[in-house]
Design a protein around this ligand. Structure first.
Ligand code: NAD
Ligand code: 13P
Length: 352
């Protein structure tokens, strides 16, 4: 039996935790090769050392996951072509805005029998309409791509606190089960559903709702208002997902990728935290500034996703159907004050 070889493309906060989860399983499951390669977008640390060298010397991603030891079988590799060349299982986990460029660099560089999974929450907008990241990977690289999404704040999984996740797959249940075996641990319980678009749209759209929840926190509106925003947000997530992909299943919204991810991100995510600060500053400091100051190199996904969703809605003439999504973008881009989140979304509560 040929053992599968896994490469993780990305090494941020979630990327490093994903490598930790996977590497603990490849050591124990015979059908996987022990070593897990992790591509590192190379940078020089203030000490003058290269990040990938420090990861390999200390088994710690000192910049994006400080204080957590990675298993010794995680090997950081700054050369992306070298990192992917032997792998037949590719795990993509970078901020979504970098994926198109990364995929283009990988054309012709990966194994013919490779399969992929995307842990990335976001989308691209093309002339033809929205393009989910798993579709981008599939189309550019000509390989099948599942997704893994869920209520998964990386720092909590890093210290092995229990959580759940959802794998979304298109047709091939066997491949989905292989991904479940690769990720599942006693503290990370993974299940698979045949609804790749539903799972990916949940993970993507909840980041827009998390910004709205952060605005409400920054305005000190209290728990009931925040819960209302989350309910209306979930309703918009479901409505937009089904308009874009009629095959999306209702049940997907009750999986970890749906309501559970929405709750955890609106309580403890980075999008929420930066939106809270944005509203407390009355919208006077930009998200770019706040991201740089508060996240130290980590990236927000919600602000660009809100813009991408807005483009799709305006192009299709759906802006009025999605007052929460539209208002979040108008606040982020400075056209409306943060307080508009409540004023404008109230209309939505009255929509049928
Ligand atoms: P991150 O935000 O912690 O880190 C940013 C990463 O981007 C770093 O690895 C950095 O080296 C890299 N980078 C910077 N510039 C780059 C460039 N030009 N090209 C390529 N890479 C570049 O990353 P993350 O938390 O691992 O997030 C990756 C994806 O996972 C996102 O879509 C996010 O929504 C999703 N996710 C994150 C969490 C979480 O808790 N962190 C949980 C679930 C899903
Ligand atoms: P943030 O990017 O807002 O931290 O969300 C993390 C996440 O997706 C948890 O599942």
């Amino acid at each position: 039996l040929q053992k599968s070889r896994v490469t993780v493309v990305g090494s941020g906060n979630w990327g490093s935790v994903a490598a930790k989860l996977i590497a603990s399983n490849t050591l124990n499951i015979n059908s996987f090769h022990d070593e897990v390669r992790m591509w590192v977008f190379e940078e020089t640390l203030p000490s003058g050392e290269k990040l990938s060298e420090v990861i390999n010397r200390t088994n710690e991603n000192v910049k994006y996951l400080p204080g957590i030891k990675l298993p010794k079988n995680v090997v950081a590799d700054p050369d992306i072509e070298h990192a992917v060349k032997d792998a037949n299982m590719l795990v993509f986990v970078t901020p979504h805005q970098f994926m198109e460029g990364i995929c283009k660099r990988l054309i012709g560089k990966i194994r013919k029998d490779a399969v992929a999974i995307s842990l990335i929450k976001g989308m691209e907008v093309k002339k033809e309409g929205p393009c989910m990241i798993s579709t981008l990977i599939s189309e550019i690289l000509g390989i099948s791509c599942c997704v893994l999404m869920g209520a998964n704040i990386a720092n909590e999984i890093a210290v092995e606190k229990f959580s759940e996740a959802t794998v979304g797959y298109r047709e091939n249940k066997e491949i989905a089960e292989k991904w479940v075996r690769l990720f599942n641990t006693p503290y990370f319980m993974v299940s698979a559903v045949q609804d790749v678009e539903g799972v990916e749209l949940c993970g993507t759209l909840k980041n827009v709702v998390a910004l709205a929840a952060g605005f409400v926190d920054g305005l000190d509106m209290g728990n009931n208002t925040k819960a209302a925003i989350m309910r209306i947000g979930l309703r918009e997530m479901k409505a937009l997902s089904k308009l874009l992909f009629p095959s999306v299943k209702d049940n997907t919204f009750f999986e970890s990728c749906g309501v559970a991810d929405l709750i955890t991100t609106c309580l403890g995510g980075r999008n929420r935290r930066c939106a809270d600060a944005f509203a407390r500053n009355g919208g006077k400091r930009s998200f770019d500034e706040l991201e740089e100051e508060m996240l130290q190199g980590q990236k927000l996904q919600g602000v660009s996703t809100a813009k991408e969703v807005y483009e799709v809605l305006s192009h299709r003439g759906w802006l009025e159907l999605f007052p929460l999504f539209s208002t979040v973008h108008e606040i982020c881009s400075g056209r409306l004050a943060p307080s508009a989140i409540v004023e404008y979304t109230e209309h939505s509560a009255r929509l049928p």
